[in-house]
Design a protein around this ligand. Structure first.
Ligand code: NAP
Length: 229
């Protein structure tokens, strides 16, 4: 399979990329950390592609997509994984810049990637778009209001997109469960360590993603067998 993933420099995106590559799939991934992208390129040479691309920059995302589409054609799976969480704080104390940045990455970044890759998928009339949602895309907690708002938006955006796709394609908001990553440490501190590691999660999540198809279009799904809170 030909798989595009955003946010592959650490956490869930990195673990998915490593699992897919180990199973013989072709991965094209992006993230902002140039050093990690450089390392990924040398560990996983062509046909895999790793590029330093910030999903908030639509022109760069467009150029990235053009290159990947030119080499590999329309992806079988487009996984919008890159996201940020706000520093835990009551909404009225979240700085303007921090709120804007989170919306730019978590919502507008996803739309930028969709704008760049999905026309080729629609033309080919195949492929699955997986947008990483969250338990906090379906419920709420205090001190993460911007993040909750962004993930509820992802649920709505994805379900509306699902209604626009030609038959045979799918768009799915996917709640990964709760996994011990840098993002979780920002929210849970030390207790993040009691949750599964990203590599362990990917062993469940990656095969679950690969079996998604038209039957799942527009469904809010969760990775089975992963703690949900
Ligand atoms: N961990 C959990 O328990 C959990 C629970 C529910 C939902 N999720 C969702 O799962 C996804 C992955 O989360 P995670 O826990 O793996 O987070 P993470 O460890 O913080 O990793 C986030 C990834 O996104 C990339 N990224 C951030 N901003 C970016 C940008 N502007 N452009 C390109 N890449 C960017 C980061 O790379 P750079 O910094 O190099 O750009 C990094 O590779 C997110 O959508 C998150 O909301 C996670």
């Amino acid at each position: 399979m030909n798989i595009v993933i955003t946010g592959v420099t650490r956490g869930l995106g990195r673990a998915l990329a490593e699992w897919f590559i180990a199973q013989g799939h072709t991965v094209s991934g992006c993230g902002r950390s140039g050093m990690v992208i450089f390392e990924l390129r040398s560990t996983h040479p062509e046909p895999h592609n790793f590029d330093a691309v910030d999903v908030t920059e639509p022109v760069k995302v467009g150029m990235w997509a053009e290159r990947i589409l030119g080499t590999h054609g329309a992806p079988d799976f487009l996984i919008n994984n890159a996201a940020l969480v706000n520093r835990p704080s009551p909404l009225w104390q979240v700085p303007v810049q921090e709120f804007s940045k989170l919306i730019d990455v978590n919502i507008k970044g996803v739309a930028n990637v969709i704008r760049a890759f999905v026309p080729a998928m629609v033309e080919a009339k195949r492929g699955v778009i997986v947008n990483l949602s969250s338990g906090w895309g379906r419920s709420t907690s205090p001190e993460v209001a911007p993040y909750c708002a962004s993930k509820w938006a992802i649920e709505g955006l994805t379900k509306a997109l699902a209604q626009e796709l030609p038959e045979g394609m799918a768009a799915v908001p996917l709640n990964p469960g709760v996994i011990n990553t840098e993002m979780l440490k920002t929210c849970f501190g030390e207790s993040a360590a009691s949750y599964p590691k990203a590599e362990e999660w990917a062993r469940r999540a990656a095969p679950f993603i690969l079996q998604l198809g038209a039957k799942d279009n527009g469904q809010s799904l969760s990775v089975p067998g992963v703690p949900q809170d």
